[in-house]
Design a protein around this ligand. Sequence first.
Ligand code: RUQ
Ligand code: CUA
Length: 663
Amino acid sequence: MNQWTKRSLVMGTLLVGGVLGLSYCSNKAEQQIQQQEQGNLNASADLKTLMAARNLTEGDVEAALKTYTPTGKKDEYMIFASGGQSGQVLAIGVPSMRLLKVIGVFTPEPWQGYGYGDDTNAILAGGNQGTHKLTWADVHHPNLSETKGDYDGQYLFVNDKANARIAVVDLADFATKQIVANPLVASDHGGAFVTPNTDYVIETSQYPAPLGRDYAPLSDYKAKYRGLAMFWKFDRTKGRIDPAASFGVELPPYSQDLADAGKLVSDGWVFIGSWNTEMATGGTLQGKPAIESGASQNDMDYLHIIDWKKAEQVVAAGKTTTMKGVKVITLQTAADENVLTLVGEPKSPHGADVTPDGTAIVVGGKLDTHGTVYEFSKIKDQIAAKKFESKDEFGVPVLSFKDTIRGQVELGLGPLHTVFDDKGNAYTSIFLESKVAKWSLKDMKLIEKLSVHYNVGHILAAEGDTVSPDGKYVVAMNKMSIDRFTGVGPLYPQNFQLIDITGDKMKLLADMPIGIGEPHYSQMIKTDKLKPLKMYTPGFNPATGVKDPNAVEGGKERIERHGDVVDVYMTAVRSHFTPDQVEVNEGDTVNFHITSLEQAEDQTHGFTVDMYNVNISLEPGKHENVTIKADMPGVYPMYCTEFCSALHLEMQGFFLVKPKGAK
Ligand code: RUQ
Ligand code: CUA
C-alpha cells in the first residue's frame, strides 16, 4: 500500500468513522497521519455540516465513499453496455459509473470517424441486408470472449435484434472490426452468447418467418415459418467470424428468446427459452386476439436444448441443406439426431441463464412468479436414455418438466433475468415489482428483495457470466426512471443502478442516467484483464488489421494523377497536413491516404473535407483511406477536427475543385 492510498483509506475511516461511529485504526503510523489530517480539517464536524446542508444520510455518505473516484484513480471494473437503438456500445467504469467510451458498432460514430472513411464504411457495409443500407440497430446483448469459461478481455460480440446481425469488437483498440448479416432470418435475440472457449458466437432468431426471408402467407405459419439457432464460428487468430465454417439449426416457429451456453459439466450444450408456443399471429383487424393474448394462453412454453457438439458431427457428416450459402441442420434432422430437445418452461419465459458451475439452468417466466431451476445432469441423462415424455407437433422430443427440474423458488411478479455471485447466490430482476431478488441456489430460498427505480430489465454482475463470478457488484438496468432525474422532456433517461452485494444486505450505491437507449444487457469485466493499445504501429490500418499498403512515411508525401483518379498520399503531425493544398478537376475521384506520424500518447488528429461528409479520426500511428468524388466545384477547407495543439486551428489546408471547362 503506498502512502497515498494509505492516507485516503485513513481519511475514509476518519470520515465514515466520525459519522457512523465505526472504530478507528489504532496503528501508530496511521494515528500520525490522522493527526496530520486533523491539523487542517475537523473532519467529522465539517462533514456533518455538509451532510446537513445537502440533506444526506449516513447511508448516502457510505455509498459516496464506496463509489467516489478522485481524479487520476481508475475503476476496478468495466461494463460493456448495450446502447440499444443507438446501435452503439457503452464502456462504463465501475464503481465510478463514469462513461469512458461510446463504441461505434452498427451506427456511424463521427468522432471515431466510424462510417466516414473507406475502411470503416466497408465494415458497416458488411452489415447491410439485401438492398438496404442499414444505419441503425437494436443492440441487445454484448458478450465478452471467453477462455475456459472466463472472460479473457480480447473481444466483444453484440447482436442487432432488428436486422439479425452480429458485430465483433476488438478490445485491443475498442473498435468494431466486422459485422455479419444473417441471410436467413429477419430478427434475432438470443445472442451474442459465446461457448466457453469462444468457438462459436450464438445468434438465435426471435420472430419466426420463412428461412431465407422468402414470402409465405401467415396461413402457412406452421408449415413454412421457422426459427433458427445460428452458430457463428469465431476464428480467434484472425479475430473475425468465419461465415463459411458456421452453421444453423432450424427451429420450430415458436418465438425463441434468450439463450445461454453451457459451461464446465454442461459445456457442449446451449439453452434457449421461447414463448408463443401457441404460434399466435394476431389479426386484430379481423377480430382475432392480439399476439400478446394469443401468445399467453399456454401455461408452459418450451426451453430448447441444443447439443452443439452433436450438431458439429451432423454438419461434418454432411447431413445439412444449404440455404443462401449457410449449412442448415433441418428441424427434422435436428429432432431425429437429438440435436434439439425440448422441455416445458413456465410461462412466457424470458431469461435462460446457466449457473457458474454449469450444473443448472435458471429460467424466469414473465407470467409466472417463480425462478425455475433445471438440473443439467437430469436433462443429459434422459436425453442419453431417450426417455422422452412426448413430441411436439414438429416431431421434436420433449422431456418431462418435473423429472428435469431441481426446483422452483417463489420470487415475485415478472422475473426476467438471473445473474450470480461467488457465494452460490442468484440475483433475479423482477420487472413488475421493480425489485432485485437475491436467492440461494443451494437452498432454493429467497433471501432478500431490493427496490430499484424502476422496472428493471436485465441485471448484470461482476464477471457474472463466467465460471468464477466476483460477487461485489450487481447493476440493475432499469427501463424507467420516472422521478429520479431532472426532466428532459417526455423521453426519460434509462437508469443503471449500482448495487453493492458484498454485505449480508444488498445496498444501492449510485444511479447512472443513460441518455441514449434503450440499453438491454451488459457484461462487467475486471479491468486488469483488458490490455488496450496506447497507439498503433506506424501505418497500421485498424479496420483491415494490417499495415496499410498505402501507408505514408514522412518525406514521401505526394500527389499522383492516373487519368481522372487522384491519389493523395498525406501525413498528419502536429500541426500540419502534408500536402496542404490539393487541387483537382470536377469529376475526379480523389483518394486520400492519410497516415498519422504521431507516436505520442493521446495525440489524435481529425481530418475533414468540408461539405463532403468526411471525418476521420487519426490516432497516433493510424492509417486511413478516404475516397471522395469531386462533384462540387469550389474551394473547401480541409482541417483537423481535434484540438490537438496550440496551433490546432492552423492545422488546415485547401481542397480546390476546378469546375469543368475552367482554365
Ligand atoms: S432483453 S429486458 Cu435481453 Cu433483449 Cu431482457
Ligand atoms: Cu491536429 Cu488539430
